[in-house]
Design a binder for this molecule. Structure first.
Ligand code: SF4
Length: 439
């Protein structure tokens, strides 16, 4: 592959979300998952809860998540009963060990697809099983077009502290072509209600490089974002994973010269850099390769921080990912299997991966590099190693290429290095995990 080819947006995942790669997680490892769920918790490890709400109004053409667009009210009620049953079973497992929830995350899919009354009864019941009143953060993902004011009032009443709005772009034609269900005016309406109701933190998601994007429109998107002044802005770079509508269209056309116009990686990085520069001028701080926040001291993203530092998290819902006692766990990935197992009173475990101490060290180095900063003493205290020595070859290579600097107390990405950090992270993988397919 030539350097030019590498910079095209080809098929497959580009971003690193976990380690070891998902392709190494196996059903054979489920006994380790069951043992971890019953073992007492390790001292000082926080516990979180992720709930996957897999419904969407329509499927975005770039989406590879497990989502359903054809379920009726009865199906939804069956699913919500199943997820409640799952939380009930997990709440009774030994690994809870009296811990209160530290963070909760409603993701999807589109959690805001549920009606206010469905959300009210789901959250009332969930809070009886595993209260989150003491949690540091409760995040809820929303698609702007599914929000009404009374739905947001319900969320506020149940203690949602971080509202994440999937805006992605402001231009109607781009939203429509990429299969987004919401309209531009719905963004402003939803954001206004959320501010009026006083949610402590509002995040706005954008995607750099949606099909049809260009410089002029991207600049308008950034200006509109700054005008809205959310507490946090997350900017993803468009990838083309397998099993999306776009990837199938590419396959039909021929993967070599796709007719779809997807910006190459240098262009997408230039767009992110432009957005970061403008947001920094407007008073934001860069807090990771994908996020800027209004105030770094007060605007935390507990879910991400906890997860990246190896916290426990129950991943509930169809195909959800979790991590307990050092074991990665994923639920079964079909609706039928998920519902059937829970109706029989069984946990819907699908595959797992028991990590070694070395895996956990690599995982933290890789994920925390996405914040642009590694603290040498943090790793010395937690793992008893000097990461500068343990990963000397990788750090030397990335330093020589200008992506980071290695200092006395920390390792810090350069600005250019941070924006493209994901493509350099495999340099830290152990050889057995460098595979061609990540998922
Ligand atoms: S709204 Fe999100 S989860 Fe639903 S189809 Fe679009 S990208 Fe996927």
């Amino acid at each position: 592959m030539t350097a030019t080819d590498q910079e095209k947006t080809g098929l497959g995942n580009y971003f690193i979300a976990n380690y070891p790669p998902f392709s190494f997680w196996k059903a054979d490892h489920l006994p380790a998952a069951r043992a971890a769920l019953e073992a007492p918790p390790r001292a000082g490890v926080p516990l979180g809860l992720y709930l996957h709400i897999p419904f969407c109004r329509k499927r975005c053409k770039f989406c590879y998540f497990r989502v359903y667009t054809d379920k009726n009210a009865n199906d939804i009620s069956v699913y919500l009963d199943a997820i409640l049953k799952e939380v009930e079973l997990l709440a009774r497992s030994g690994c809870v060990g009296g811990r209160a929830l530290d963070y909760v995350y409603f993701g999807g899919g589109t959690p805001s697809y549920l009606s206010a009354s469905q959300l009210d009864s789901l959250m009332t019941r969930l809070r009886q099983i595993m209260p989150w009143d003491a949690a540091r953060e409760v995040t809820f993902e929303c698609e702007p077009g599914t929000l009404q004011k009374h739905k947001l009032e319900t969320l506020r009443a149940h203690g949602i502290s971080r509202l994440s709005l999937g805006v992605e772009n402001f231009k109607p034609e781009i939203l429509q072509y990429n299969g987004r269900a919401h309209l531009e005016e719905e963004i402003y309406r939803a954001f206004g209600w959320a501010r009026e109701l006083g949610f402590p933190q509002i995040n706005l998601d954008l995607i750099a490089g949606m099909v049809g994007e260009d410089w002029d429109n991207w600049k308008r998107c950034v200006a509109k974002t700054i005008e809205l002044a959310p507490d946090c802005v997350t900017i993803y770079q468009m990838e083309l994973p397998y099993n999306t509508v776009f990837s199938k269209e590419l396959k039909v056309i021929g993967a070599d010269e796709p007719a779809l116009v997807v910006a190459d990686w240098p262009t997408k990085r230039a767009w992110v850099k432009y957005a970061f520069d403008e947001l920094v001028k407007a008073g934001y701080d860069i807090s990771s390769a994908t996020t800027v926040v209004k105030n770094k001291a007060t605007t935390k993203f507990v879910y991400r921080e906890a997860l990246w530092r190896g916290a426990d998290m129950f991943g509930t819902g169809v195909a959800s990912f979790g991590h307990v006692g050092g074991v990665h766990i994923q639920n079964v990935d079909t609706w039928e299997a998920y519902v059937e197992k829970l109706q029989k009173g069984e946990l819907p475990l699908g595959r797992a991966f028991p990590t070694t101490q070395r895996d956990r060290l690599v995982r933290e180095v890789v994920l925390l590099l996405k914040t642009g900063h590694l603290d040498v003493s943090y790793f010395r205290d937690k793992y008893g190693v000097d990461v500068r020595d343990t990963f000397r070859a990788a750090f030397d290579k990335l330093t020589a290429e200008g992506w980071l600097t290695v200092g006395e107390t920390s390792i810090d990405c350069t600005d250019d290095g941070l924006i493209q950090i994901d493509r350099h992270l495999p340099a830290f993988f152990d050889p057995q995990y460098i595979s061609t397919r990540y998922t």
